[in-house]
Design a protein around this ligand. Structure first.
Ligand code: UDX
Length: 433
């Protein structure tokens, strides 16, 4: 199929490239000329494992093109995906200026029937708005369909998530739109859930809100574990084996971050409020998440007593492993707090240091974990990158002033750390004596 993706951000790039890999002819468009020039050379604005190779391969095979020209994209495609950003406004609502703008531009160009698909995460009823907008601005009477096809890609595993999803969700209003999207996704050979547009839009928000709530739930349980000396990992294992619950997303830690969960929860709370429902459950899930960071900071204060002039090493800055993304990363709040208290920070992250530096630069950025641990009174684990799990503890300990680790991601076994001579504090698990 000939496809175009308007918006070459995270979702657009991954989706467009994967559609090309499946054998479609894809144009990824974006109005950021600098970004498109870079992409044409195969240079990526983001770090996502495997994406660069896939882009280069598909550019070579002529299945993938990048363009700043939305007209070229609309004219040459049967299906047009809208994947522009929907950043949060101050009141928590999603800013839909980008979506409206693209819908208007498509309308002005529309040369004949096209299927226009929302891929960005949008509030329920956006599909209707997109349809109205196109109807309003279309130059001559042309038929078109609007559909919703939310993405469920996780950063760091996005290509695999696209190629092997648990399900595809498509919200449609016509048989033609349904048949087109079903045949586009047929090669993936996975369940396809066909709904109306509003349900599809809601599936996305409800899924992310549920997952975020699941994390907040286990984080709340971890607080009780801490108080009574139980182990949250054992609790999660015991709960997770119940098929109705499942073990995934029951890792306690310093809370969720990233570009999706915090923003989507805010948006879902606001959407619900706007339609007359107070989604209190999600407000509490959000508070638990904020509180979890404060709780971690309290653990640091309890362990170090006076923070001023202490040396703290930090391992991990990205909001999760295998990404350089620091949007709503817990590291931002934690580092800001420590700097305010007069702490000297040395930090290391395999990918996220350049982006972090743009936000906060009063930190010494190091070339590896051992450098970050130099003369540290305490070492914090903020992101569970694999290389931290395989660390040489003897070498690490030699660098540190005090062998104290406060692990916000529970990546080490307390007994092992104890044997190695570390004072080791984690989340919802008893420290060894
Ligand atoms: C998420 C959704 O998973 C994806 O379907 C959606 O399209 C976009 O949002 P992403 O933000 O890339 O993807 O990250 P994800 O792997 O879901 O993790 C989100 C956050 O939750 C991270 O900060 C992670 O550290 C945290 N998390 C996850 C936990 O704290 N505990 C867990 O058990 C799982």
């Amino acid at each position: 199929m000939n496809i175009s993706i308007i918006g070459s951000g995270y979702v657009g790039l991954v989706s467009g490239t994967c559609f090309a890999e499946l054998g479609n002819k894809v144009i990824c468009a974006d109005n950021d000329a600098k970004k498109i020039a870079q992409l044409k050379k195969g240079n990526l604005p983001i770090y996502e494992p495997g994406l660069e190779e896939l882009i280069k391969g598909n550019l070579k095979k002529g299945r993938l093109r990048f363009s700043t020209n939305i007209k070229e994209a609309v004219v040459n495609s049967e299906v047009i995906f809208i994947a522009v950003g929907t950043p949060p406004l101050d009141n928590g609502e999603a800013d839909l200026t980008g979506i409206e703008n693209v819908a208007r531009n498509i309308a002005k160009i529309l040369p004949g029937y096209r299927l226009i698909v929302e891929k960005s995460t949008v509030p329920v009823e956006t599909g209707e708005r997109v349809k109205d907008t196109i109807e309003t601005y279309v130059k001559r009477k042309v038929k078109f369909d609007v559909a919703s096809n939310p993405e469920f890609l996780r950063e760091g595993t996005a290509i695999n998530d696209f190629m092997h999803p648990d399900r595809i969700v498509i919200g449609v209003e016509s048989k033609k739109a349904r048949d087109t999207l079903v045949s586009l996704y047929q090669p993936l050979n996975v369940p396809i859930v066909v709904t109306n547009i509003k349900s599809a839009e809601l599936i996305k928000h409800a899924s992310n809100a549920f997952l975020a709530t699941k994390i907040s739930f286990i984080n709340a349980v971890s607080r009780v574990c801490d108080k009574v000396g139980a182990n949250v990992e054992e609790v999660a294992k015991g709960m997770g084996l119940d098929k109705r619950i499942g073990r995934a997303f029951l890792d306690a830690g310093i809370g969720y971050g990233g570009s999706c969960f915090p923003k989507d929860l805010d948006a879902f709370v606001t959407i619900s409020e706007n339609v007359g429902y107070d989604f209190e459950l999600l407000k509490v899930a959000r508070n638990v998440n904020e509180e979890q960071k404060r709780f971690y900071i309290k653990k640091i204060k309890d362990a170090l007593w006076v923070l001023k002039d202490k040396n703290i090493g930090i391992l991990g800055l990205s909001f999760k492993p295998n990404t350089d993304d620091i949007r709503s990363a817990p590291s931002l709040d934690i580092v800001k707090f420590l700097l305010q208290e007069g702490v000297k920070i040395r930090a290391y992250d395999p990918q996220a240091m350049p982006k972090f530096k743009n936000e906060i630069n009063q930190v010494t950025f190091c070339k590896n974990s051992y450098e970050a641990a130099k003369q540290a009174d305490c070492l914090l684990i903020i992101t569970e990158w694999n290389e931290f799990k395989e660390i040489d503890f003897k070498r690490l300990k030699k660098q540190m002033r005090c062998a104290l680790i406060i692990d916000g991601r529970n990546i080490y076994a307390p007994e092992v750390m104890c044997k190695l001579g570390f004072k080791y504090i984690s989340i919802g698990r008893p420290s060894c004596k």
